[in-house]
Every structure is written in structure tokens, then in C-alpha cells.
Ligand binder design. Sequence first.
Ligand code: FES
Length: 153
Amino acid sequence: NVAQPLELLVNGQLHTLAVLPTTSLLHVLRNDLRLNGPKYGCGLGECGACTVLIGDRAARACCTPVSQVGVLPVTTLEGLEQDGVLDEVQRAFVQEQAAQCGYCLNGMIMTIRAALNQGCVKSFEDAKQALRFNLCRCGTHVEILRAACLACG
Ligand code: FES
């Protein structure tokens, strides 16, 4: 196992890194690129706290080897904001005050962003469905679902 040079496009910036190909994308984002939006929760792909976009789709960064990303762009929570303006999903979560401890919110927001990118959130039930594999230990799911619906218009 030897570190290899690797290019990674994250939030519109191209980075050249020397990493082991099996290193998780989450490790690279948090430890090498200092992007702390994606959170480490379970490390097993089960809680969703580490969710990022790879291309337009949601991916669990904790169990995605960085070498699997290839040329697809990665977007983290930090990359949703453009020129100081929050993304519509971020704004909805602020408006609905959907956080309690806030640890899960990265995953909730990125999952809804991905679902909207796919055009598959049109109702409260769709939002519930989209977030069914994202865990919140505080139990703020009602506010989270309200925010998800608001973001979906
Ligand atoms: Fe990645 Fe839980 S930390 S799914």
C-alpha cells in the first residue's frame, strides 16, 4: 500500500493529493482538505452524516474509497453556498430551524439536494422516502421534513 497521486475536483477546485487509493473520501475531505461539512458518524454507511454529492447523486463518503470518485465532481455542504448565498435547501433548513444538535444536518441537506437534483421530491411522502436512511438521534425529524418540503416548493 503506497500513496499515489490523485486529482480530485471538490467544490469547483481541482486538488492534487498523495493518498492511499483505499483512503475514504470522507478522510480526504475532512483531514486533507479541511472541509468539515461532512461528518463522521458510524463510518459504516448507515447513518448518512457523511453524505456528499458525487456528480449529482448522494454518496456516503465514509465508505467511498477516494480512488473510486474518478473525474466526477464532488460537492460538500460548503460547496452548496454560492457567492455568500445559501442554497435553497440550506435556507429552508435555517427557516424551519431544523437542527437540534445539528450533527446529522449535513446528511439531511445533501440527501435532499441530491433528491431534488434527480427531480424526485414532490411531496411530504417523497421527502420522508428520500430521508429514510438518514438518522437523527435528537428526534427533530418533524422539523427536518418540514424543511425538506419547504425546499421542494
Ligand atoms: Fe458515513 Fe455514517 S458516517 S454513513
